[in-house]
Design a binder for this molecule. Structure first.
Ligand code: ZN
Length: 255
């Protein structure tokens, strides 16, 4: 079974298309939300995501940009982008965003795997440190492997014998498509983040996604990918839309 996991595309058309051009063969695609927000191609990205078969959970930007929640918890730049997105989304994409399901998503054919935007206990929670990860990994009634997004940080956390360990792939820098495969140990519970396609925040500007592969009841392995894309073009779109400069600058820095 080969499961492709996308998250946090954030209206970045160039990053998404670069990823789609190199995705490996897979049986199923799951999208962890935040299709829109921040960047300047919300309609194009919604249309491409809608055209792809697969499962999806909503993110906080999907809610805010479609008017389901107010912008009170957003910082100024995120709120400006959400307001701009609300004005440019066409009615079909707006309706589609409003109807996206809240996680956790449990796929019938995928035993022991769960999909969320933020965390299993709260779709808006940031799982950034071992203590937050531990609280979620110790919750009864949740899957052994939980794929999450929201932090835009590729990697995750494992719980074994009560101890939480943080893991993250290490890539060579540069302009190449790169991948790192990390086997998952038996007997551990995992929170796994594929990283963000449209706005990575781990210091690497390249778009991020992940492929999870397993055979039968093996724990399997996650392959993390980084994909270069035309950042200059994404930045030009952001500035042409009148969105804050900061949203363009941060893409090149990967922050
Ligand atoms: Zn996000």
């Amino acid at each position: 079974m080969r499961l492709l996991v996308f998250s946090d595309i954030h209206s970045n058309l160039e990053a998404m298309e670069a990823c789609l051009a190199v995705i490996p063969a897979h049986d199923l695609l799951v999208n962890l939300g935040d299709v829109v927000g921040y960047n300047a191609s919300p309609n194009e990205v919604c249309e491409r995501v809608r055209a792809m078969s697969g499962n999806i959970v909503r993110g906080n930007h999907d809610r805010a940009c479609s008017g389901l929640t107010d912008l009170g918890e957003f910082n100024l730049v995120a709120a400006m982008s959400a307001r701009w997105t609300q004005t440019v989304l066409n009615p079909e994409n707006l309706d589609w965003l409003r109807a996206l399901p809240q996680g956790p998503l449990v796929h019938q054919e995928l035993n022991g795997i769960e999909f969320v935007h933020g965390s299993p206990r709260d779709e808006d929670e940031y799982v950034l440190n071992p203590s937050t990860a531990a609280a979620n990994l110790r919750m009864p009634g949740h899957a052994e492997k939980i794929f999450f997004g929201h932090t835009h940080l590729q990697g995750g956390f494992s719980l074994e014998n009560g101890r939480v360990r943080n893991f993250a792939p290490v890539f060579p820098t540069g302009d190449d498509v790169v991948e790192v495969t990390m086997p998952l140990a038996r007997g551990e519970r995992h929170l796994i983040n594929p990283g963000s396609i449209g706005q990575p925040r781990d210091g690497d500007w390249r778009a991020a996604f992940a492929l999870y592969e397993r055979d039968g009841d093996e724990p399997g392995a996650v392959t993390f990918y980084r994909v270069p894309y035309d950042v200059d073009q994404t930045q030009r779109r952001i500035l042409a839309a009148g969105l804050p400069d900061r949203l363009a600058a941060r893409l090149r820095a990967g922050r």
